[in-house]
Design a protein around this ligand. Structure first.
Ligand code: ARG
Length: 259
């Protein structure tokens, strides 16, 4: 999903003549293609416009700002042109405290119209980071996290392949991301930042709603973030901002268990 800031960044980069190169506005920036489908059995595309993650046999987690921009859920693919397994949607529930101005609590839950058969489809849910997981230090500053996305953007279709990409980005403290040269106080406790001060690696437009994960002691992925926003992509001091799963954990669990 694009927002206005992103569109103007794109217009500017085409003006400067970068549009035919892999510019910072392409997709996951500075990453590599995912080639093994068993690495991300939980990854889905929401109508090619946002990412999402399977968290149970009937629910997908995405970003609230993606709501209204998709009509189905496709899993089991490493490229958007693959057929995969498609699910119809029953409803989309945005976090009650989502704020589209501050981007606070940028979470939405997508209820599927039918249950996923994990055996038949080879899809699987991802574990979510709880507050305990966070307090145990598994997502502290400096921890390497991996973000996945199809990064499908309309403006760059010509050179865009629609592959699932991934990139490793270190977690950055909210204190660091809130510094004046960075986001100057805009990062709240429902967000987590990741990236390099020098830039170069980041998620980008079209990756929204997708998962940021760390690997636990068993090397299983644990989702700690949902791609939410950023100023441009991979720019110095402008880290990628993710909805912090541990902050939404209670709402997510409550919502998927009572409906
Ligand atoms: N808002 C974008 C989207 O809808 C995601 C932007 C992420 N940006 C970043 N610099 N990490 O796809």
């Amino acid at each position: 999903m694009k927002n206005k800031k992103m569109v103007s960044a794109l217009v500017l980069s085409s003006f400067l003549g970068f549009s035919n190169t892999t510019s910072a506005s392409d997709k996951i920036v500075g990453g590599v293609r995912v080639t093994d489908r068993t690495e991300t059995p939980y990854m889905v595309s929401l109508s090619g416009s946002c990412g999402g993650s399977i968290i149970s046999n009937q629910w997908v987690l995405t970003a609230a700002h993606c709501a209204g921009y998709f009509s189905d859920v496709k899993g089991g693919i490493l490229n958007l042109k693959e057929q995969g397994v498609t699910f119809r949607i029953k409803r989309v529930i945005k976090h009650p405290k989502y704020n589209r101005t501050t981007m606070s609590n940028d979470f939405a839950l997508v209820e599927l119209a039918e249950k996923i058969d994990f055996n038949k489809t080879k899809l699987a849910p991802v574990k979510l980071a709880s507050e305990t997981f966070e307090s145990e230090g598994h997502q502290g500053a400096g921890t390497d996290a991996t973000v996945y996305g199809f990064g499908n953007i309309g403006e760059n279709r010509d050179n865009y392949k629609e592959d699932l990409n991934k990139v490793v980005v270190p977690i950055v403290s909210n204190e660091e991301a809130n510094r004046p040269g960075s986001y100057d106080g805009a990062i709240d406790e429902t967000m987590i930042a990741a990236g390099y001060a020098g830039g170069g690696k980041d998620s980008c437009q079209g990756d929204s709603g997708g998962p940021l994960v760390v690997f636990d002691h068993e090397n299983s992925p644990v989702q700690i973030g949902v791609v939410s926003w950023g100023e441009g992509c991979a720019a110095p001091n402008k880290y990628g901002i993710y909805s912090k799963v541990s902050a939404g954990f209670d709402w997510i669990k409550k919502t998927i268990s009572t409906r």
